[in-house]
Write a protein that binds this ligand. Sequence first.
Ligand SMILES: NC(=O)c1ccc[n+]([C@@H]2O[C@H](COP(=O)([O-])OP(=O)(O)OC[C@H]3O[C@@H](n4cnc5c(N)ncnc54)[C@H](OP(=O)(O)O)[C@@H]3O)[C@@H](O)[C@H]2O)c1
Length: 325
Amino acid sequence: MLGARALDALIEGPVVPSFTLIGYEARSRLFDWRPLADYDLTGKTVVLTGGSSGLGYAAADEFARLGATLVLVARNPEKTERAVASLSKEHGSDRISGELADLSDLGQVRAVSERIREAHPVIDVLIHNAGALLPERREAPDGTEITTQVMVAAPFLMTTLLLDPLRAARPGRAVTMSSGGMYTSGLTVSGLQMKESEYNGPQQYARAKRAQVVLNEMWAAKIPKAEIVFHAMHPGWADTPGVDAGIPGFGKLMGPLLRSPEQGADTMVWLAADKSLEQKTGLFWHDRAVRSTHKFKSTARTDTPARREALWAWCEQHTGVSPAL
Ligand SMILES: NC(=O)c1ccc[n+]([C@@H]2O[C@H](COP(=O)([O-])OP(=O)(O)OC[C@H]3O[C@@H](n4cnc5c(N)ncnc54)[C@H](OP(=O)(O)O)[C@@H]3O)[C@@H](O)[C@H]2O)c1
């Protein structure tokens, strides 16, 4: 009889069983996952970007249920207000607030980080969840390709500006929602922003998601885990408005094999809540287990120390901040 770990490895190899509902159902049973409802986040502060929709909203609902003080950072005033109102109604809570910021605008990222830092001197968990796959190339207000701005530059800036309140949690946790799509891309800094003539939405997305995972490892190497731990993850494939908009037809193709938003968000909540995650840092997670960051030799070859340093330097130069390490 194959053991649970061997079965998990069998599921992990080919992408489809791992990323779909099959992976979630099999692993939750094989490893007898502790139900999220058993965790208690009373007295903990969670800051979550992109909490107005999809995986972010599903996670927000769970965080509110578990008693956390929750700050949703999102860009659409009506959607954000609706999300805060419905979470507050459901959980009877005045611990839930919304902060408006379009993360493609680094001025707004600075301003929202400042407001959050003033209101919350201790942040237990910061989750970089906001993101999108854009079929057509778009630019941020400063001319940066928007996927990279929202998923790479903005989280780098926000983490840097929130280091003090994260450190005050001893340890704070920074969680980055990447994607299994990053397996298709190597690390590139010169190609981090695809030009109009070569633009391909899934490839641009994969490059930014790869950069997120590399930065997660770099933060973890620079900041002791007694101060802040860093976790990156991918959710598999979940049925969200983001998937509908980014990959039209994918939901129809996958049908009932797609995960629900709650199932896609499970590992995000677990990374924020489980005590054992205070002892680990710099790893890449999926379905509550550490996963490799490369599936192909061709992408692994691109991930060199020099390129990593170039990525960090790009982030510092682009955002105009140098983290206090
Ligand atoms: N669903 C999946 O299968 C899947 C798979 C792999 C990775 N992911 C990742 O999971 C995360 C959540 O995605 P989702 O599927 O839940 O998509 P979603 O339903 O579209 O949610 C994305 C959230 O990010 C917000 N957002 C996007 N751009 C923003 C910006 N410039 N400023 C502020 N907020 C912004 C969205 O706000 P609006 O509501 O205003 O648009 C929304 O709240 C993303 O990082 C995505 O790449 C998802």
